[in-house]
Ligand binder design. Structure first.
Ligand code: ZN
Length: 304
């Protein structure tokens, strides 16, 4: 090993050690289970290695930029606060912890009247990520939990006028098709504070509230948390679990079959390929738009 190599190797080791230190510092700066969960859910951010200690000290000293204070569950959401998007987080279900405790003690029904007219689950062409409560336009729509208004937007072909609230308990809720919005982005609110009025804006065939419950961007069935008949949550300290609340994602994935292809080998013909892949010549012809049964060496054929 030359001297130059030795210097380079040493430098690389120092950088590696500093990178590890930077991650440890991040974890220490955010103690507690939920924060560890957030640490796992989001990939570690690229912290410049050279000034790690200074950056850490600045973070501790800078009270004006304390996002964890300013935005509900800011640490859990990796300080991401966007008024542009419903789900700016892109955290997959797989990276969520197996179970999460949610403080639902301040729960308030988003509307005081109406009945559930459409449930959470698959629809013909798209998944319904919330529940619909049919009620006349002009009724008060209130926040289910305390928090801060993150998004106020209008989507003509979808949600219409809608509001997204980030809650102190880590959840986010969506209120859509409103006829009027009476809150603005960054407003601090308590459970039961008015967000707007029920309506029929956007993709909607009659006045109703479309209501969603989400955890770091991932929707789960509001009916698993809220009993819409008794207008109460099932537990004040609710346990959200990957299996119970997000299991539907797996089911959804299983129902969408992935396409499969086959590359034609020497001596193959369509009936050989069909029997080898558990299908029929006719099915293959239809799937690939073939008029004849002839195949060429190296050709890519769709199996399903
Ligand atoms: Zn809906």
């Amino acid at each position: 090993m030359t001297f130059k190599h030795l210097i380079l190797t040493t430098l690389v080791s120092i950088i590696a050690i500093n990178t590890v230190n930077a991650q440890v510092v991040k974890v220490q700066a955010a103690p507690g289970n939920m924060k560890m969960a957030a640490q796992k859910a989001f990939p570690a951010r690229n912290i410049p290695t050279a000034d790690t200690t200074n950056i850490y000290n600045e973070m501790l000293n800078d009270e004006t930029d304390d996002l964890m204070e300013n935005h509900p569950a800011g640490d859990l959401y990796n300080d991401i606060w966007s008024s542009e998007k419903l789900n700016p987080y892109k955290v997959s279900i797989n990276s969520l912890p197996d179970s999460i405790q949610i403080d639902c003690s301040d729960f308030t029904m988003p509307v005081s009247t109406g009945r559930v007219s459409s449930k959470f689950g698959p629809r013909r062409y798209r998944y319904h990520y919330g529940i619909d409560i049919a009620l006349p336009s002009g009724n008060d729509v209130v926040s289910s939990f305390a928090g801060k208004i993150r998004v106020v937007d209008y989507e003509p072909g979808g949600y219409g006028n809608y509001v997204v609230v980030r809650h102190d308990n880590g959840l986010e809720t969506v209120y859509a098709h409103l006829s009027a919005v009476t809150c603005k982005v960054n407003d601090r609110i308590k459970a039961g504070d008015k967000l707007g009025l029920s309506g029929n804006t956007g993709r909607s065939t009659g006045p109703h509230l479309h209501f969603e419950t989400r955890y770091i961007g991932n929707a789960f069935n509001p009916s698993s948390l809220i009993n819409f008949d008794s207008k109460q949550v099932y537990a004040h300290n609710y346990t959200l679990t990957k299996r119970k609340n997000f299991g539907y994602q797996q089911h959804k994935a299983n129902t969408v079959q992935l396409a499969k292809y086959y590359k034609v080998r020497k001596g193959d013909n369509l009936s050989v390929i069909a029997s080898r892949n558990g299908t029929t010549v006719n099915k293959l012809k239809k799937l690939n738009g073939f008029k004849s049964s002839k195949v060429k060496y190296g050709q890519r054929i769709k199996i399903r």
